[in-house]
Design a protein around this ligand. Structure first.
Ligand code: A2P
Length: 416
């Protein structure tokens, strides 16, 4: 997997200082040598003063532009203007003086997947996930909301839409994409195979349904949504054969890659044991992606490390803690502190942190201003990045979403 670096923002503070034209004492008009001598002294004094002013200006400019390096005394004494650690300065875009992060990851197929996607909500009425608490619409949106969000996202520059058959909004999404006028080849479309359809004979018809609803002939990425298979006729009854051995499901997905209906295949919500259990089969196409919950509350450092070592790109869902815990996420003292220091929003800090960990990030929102905000990610200065990573990995991990109880199976096999 390779990372594609986006060019850094052009440097700031590059305008030249224009000094007023020099004013000299006119010796031709002097009336005597004492006057001439005084005039010379005045002129020398003026030149020295001017030179000093120029030197002070140049030193300040050098400090502002970062020419004096990260440990510049100027940067330290004027933290508001240090290039790599500064917040927004009046009149500037927030984060304008911060470096950008890679915009894409390149998969083994050669396809470049955009690092930030619009994550989608389920359409309300969805039945198979744990019920949201009464005041939270966890993962849910009303009819029309997701279609609008997709339109706003595409207008704002997103080119990656993360969906799933079970979200029950693929028609809405397909229509919004069509309306946007963005050419299909510029887009990255992901969908997911629902638990009820893991049996090889059920997969292609469901994929075709997704393709038809999205109005496309292929998906860029198709994921096994959960490592749990249900029997088709009894939606929440677990098919332990296909759950314990997902190879037949995978072989069918490989066949669909060969047919050209899917360009890349992967999994979602798999832990390391479940992934090994699958890849031990000597696959023709390895899973290139594992989409999992990754956020401050559940940062999964071991999975992040293992996935990097094994060439599997992680995608972070619920990066803000989902509807359930977004308020808490945005109020974490470390997150708020970094946001203030850098002049960006707490949501941008959290999304940037995940992207900087080397994962694709899938923030969900149906609010236009937030959709735009979430696409702006920045490279956090190393010290701040490490501070956040340490804070996130120092508390007891807690999943924001876990349907294990509702489905009667330990999905993640977390150590308690
Ligand atoms: P909304 O859709 O009303 O904008 P996650 O991506 O972790 O699943 O979190 C989704 C939740 O976070 C939604 O409630 C969404 O609300 C909210 N959200 C998304 N982006 C932002 C943001 N930039 N600032 C504040 N809340 C946000």
């Amino acid at each position: 997997m390779a990372y594609v670096e986006q060019k850094q923002q052009p440097g700031k503070f590059q305008s030249r200082f224009e000094l007023p034209p020099p004013v000299y004492a006119d010796s031709q008009t002097s009336t005597g040598s004492r006057c001439a001598c005084r005039a010379r002294r005045v002129e020398v004094f003026r030149r020295v003063a001017k030179a000093s002013i120029v030197l002070v200006f140049l030193y300040v400019i050098a400090g502002l532009s970062g020419w004096t390096g990260g440990s510049s005394r100027i940067g330290q004494s004027l933290p508001w203007c240090h290039k790599s650690e500064a917040g927004a300065i009046d009149g500037e875009q927030p984060g304008a003086n911060l470096a950008r992060l890679p915009t894409h990851f390149v998969l083994p197929s050669g396809d470049a997947i955009p690092a930030i996607a619009l994550g989608e909500f389920h359409l309300i009425l969805h039945l198979h996930l744990p019920s949201p608490s009464s005041h939270n619409r966890t993962w849910q949106a009303s009819k029309g909301e997701v279609g609008n969000a997709v339109k706003v996202a595409l207008q704002s520059g997103y080119r990656h839409i993360d969906g799933a058959w079970i979200y029950r909004n693929e028609e809405e999404v397909g229509a919004a994409i069509k309306e946007s006028g963005v050419p299909r080849e510029e887009l990255w479309l992901t969908s997911k195979l629902w638990n009820t359809f893991h049996a090889p004979e059920d997969i292609e018809p469901k994929l075709d349904e997704t393709l038809r609803r999205l109005q496309t002939s292929y998906l860029d990425l198709y994921l096994i949504h959960w490592p749990i298979a249900f029997f088709p006729d009894e939606p929440q009854k677990i098919d332990y054969d296909l759950t314990n051995n997902p190879y037949p499901t995978w072989k069918k997905l490989e066949e669909l890659v060969d047919k050209g209906k899917i360009r890349n295949i992967g999994v979602s919500n798999f832990n390391i044991r479940r992934l090994r259990n699958l890849t031990d089969n000597g696959l023709r196409y390895k899973p290139v992606i594992n989409q999992v919950e990754l956020n401050y509350f559940n940062p999964q450092p071991e999975l992040v490390k293992w996935s990097k070592e094994n060439g599997i790109l992680l995608e972070a869902y619920s990066p803000l803690g989902s509807n359930k815990q977004v308020g808490e996420s945005l109020n974490i003292p470390e997150v708020k502190g970094i946001a203030k220091q850098l002049g960006i929003t707490p949501a941008q800090v959290l999304i940037s942190w995940q992207a900087q960990r080397g994962t694709v990030v899938l923030p969900k929102s149906v609010t236009p201003s937030r959709i735009e905000e979430n696409l702006q990610v920045f490279r956090l200065p190393t010290k701040l990045y490490e501070k956040l990573e340490t804070a996130a990995t120092s508390h007891k991990p807690q999943r924001v979403g876990d349907p294990s109880k509702a489905w009667g199976i330990d999905i993640f096999e977390d150590e308690v």
